[in-house]
Design a binder for this molecule. Structure first.
Ligand code: 13P
Length: 250
């Protein structure tokens, strides 16, 4: 039985004042239980989140990291720096970074390796565009995104990575994959990992893309959906805590 995991990806949202309200409310609303909960604020707010959540059940993650350890990489932040500022988790290869920042599969794989080397738990995002789904190549795309990481990181270490299936067409669109569509891709991802020698029964596979408190229970009822990577709904304490409660209850 895999423990459910719910991760809030705040993207480029927040301010010291707004975060304070949100984090204090989340700390009060998210109950300890059979779900792990992580919030991923923008870099400047990691220490604030760490301080406000200290001693509670919610962990802190970052939304990205450099593939390099240190040096002349202006604007970049390393895994060691994230560990230093209290992060346990990091999102890697989000589709917004793949498309807007040109992060190719090889870069994503190097970042997963860098995260593991620094003692962070990477949340590796994979997923196809609408065009790719309609063209019948969704599984090929997701399979090659996984392959790129397994070939760099190796099957043993990949078993400690969390995978987030985020179909690009479902992100921020209000158009969620149906629980059946998501389950089918999650089962495919697990099968792919098994084929590549990964101990995939223990690997958590999260769904992301317009997850809300309304659609979460049905998604979480599927056997290969181990939680959610939540964007917009993670910015509202009531909505995000309801998604966490749905995960704990499933
Ligand atoms: P939304 O939940 O806003 O669709 O965003 C999903 C996402 O990209 C999480 O990483």
């Amino acid at each position: 039985m895999r423990k459910k995991l719910v991760v809030g990806n705040w993207k480029m949202n927040g301010s010291l004042a707004r975060n304070q309200v949100l984090l204090v409310a989340l700390n009060a609303m998210v109950r300890p239980g059979s779900v792990d909960v992580v919030v991923c604020p923008p870099y400047p707010y990691l220490s604030q989140a760490q301080a406000l959540l200290k001693g509670g059940v919610i962990s802190v993650g970052a939304q990205n990291l450099s593939a390099f350890n240190e040096g002349a990489y202006t604007g970049e932040v390393s895994g060691a720096m994230l560990r230093d500022s209290g992060c346990d988790w990091v999102i890697v290869g989000h589709s917004e970074r793949r498309s807007a920042n040109g992060e190719a599969d090889g870069v994503v794989a190097a970042k997963v390796q860098a995260a593991l080397d620094s003692g962070l738990r990477p949340i590796l995002c994979v997923g196809e565009t609408l065009e790719q789904r309609e063209g019948g190549v969704a599984e090929d795309v997701v399979g090659s995104q996984l392959d790129a990481v397994v070939s760099v990181v190796g099957a043993v270490l990949v078993s400690s990575v969390v995978v987030a299936y985020e179909p690009v067409w479902a992100i921020g669109t209000g158009k969620t994959a149906t629980p059946e569509q998501a389950q089918a891709m999650h089962a495919f991802i697990r099968a792919c990992l098994v084929l590549r020698g990964v101990a995939a029964q223990g690997v958590k596979i999260l769904y992301g893309g317009s997850v809300t408190a309304v659609n979460a229970p049905q998604l979480f009822s599927k056997p290969d959906i181990d939680g959610a990577l939540v964007g917009g709904a993670s910015l509202v304490a009531e909505g995000f805590s309801a998604i966490c409660a749905a995960a704990a209850a499933s």
